[in-house]
Design a protein. Structure first.
Length: 237
């Protein structure tokens, strides 16, 4: 039995993104569909003393109709230097910041040309930080056709999967009958966002932030927190 989950690459994704990968056998990065402005492919949220703020990689707007894996980063600004300074300023006092300092600093010292390459590099390394070893595939390298539901089905068939793990909003667009005809089960993610210790306590607990907020604050316990194993403890803090 093989469970597949499929998702577009995201920039420093939130906790639920990694919960889906944990619950699947294979994670397929959907990188050859059209880039959509306003999503999480080039941005995410972090916590500051003023609340949450966007953490955005600039992309070349004139390329907005291109596939994700061809979308170029706008390197006319020093966005990477700004991102590193922002991370350092807001998280250098976090308990585990030093554990990941060298890695993230090196990421932002490098010049990246494509947003997908940056996203995928970060995702793969964060999976290692979480201790998650999963098979990862890119749809752009799989030679599968079709759109929306047909594409999802063809990816599952290519990987000989019998189960597709969808995000919680998948029932709004997935054609369930097509999966049924192919004898592929569909399950929907049921993720309960955990609480955990954060900096800037006056702001209260903020959910749906980038995974880096959890890593910097909780380090090696991060995966257990994502899976809800530590939630009861931290709720009492």
């Amino acid at each position: 039995m093989t469970t597949v989950t499929i998702h577009q690459p995201e920039y420093l994704p939130w906790l639920g993104f990694f919960d889906r990968i944990y619950k699947a056998d294979v994670f397929v990065i959907l990188d050859d569909v059209q880039y959509q402005k306003g999503g999480f492919i080039n941005r995410n949220k972090i916590k500051t003393s003023q609340g949450w703020q966007w953490f955005t990689v600039p992309v070349k707007e004139r390329e907005s109709l291109r596939q994700i894996n061809r979308m170029e980063i706008n390197n006319q600004t020093d966005w990477n230097k700004t991102h590193w300074n922002t991370l350092f300023f807001n998280y250098n006092k976090a308990p585990y910041f030093k554990e990941y300092n060298d890695f993230f600093k090196s990421v932002f010292e490098k010049k990246w040309e494509l947003i997908a390459e940056l996203d995928i590099y970060l995702i793969e390394n964060i999976l290692n930080m979480l201790g998650l070893k999963k098979q990862i595939e890119r749809s752009s390298l799989m030679e599968v056709s079709g759109k929306t539901t047909d594409r999802l089905i063809n990816i599952c068939k290519k990987l000989r999967a019998d189960t597709y793990l969808s995000g919680p909003g998948g029932e709004k667009y997935i054609e369930m009958e097509k999966f049924k005809r192919e004898n592929i089960n569909i399950i929907f993610q049921d993720f309960v966002h955990p609480t955990y210790p954060q900096l800037f306590k006056k702001q209260g607990f903020l959910s749906h932030l980038s995974i880096i907020d959890l890593l910097f604050n909780c380090g090696p316990e991060s995966l257990d927190i994502i899976l809800g194993k530590k939630n009861e403890i931290f709720n009492k803090l």
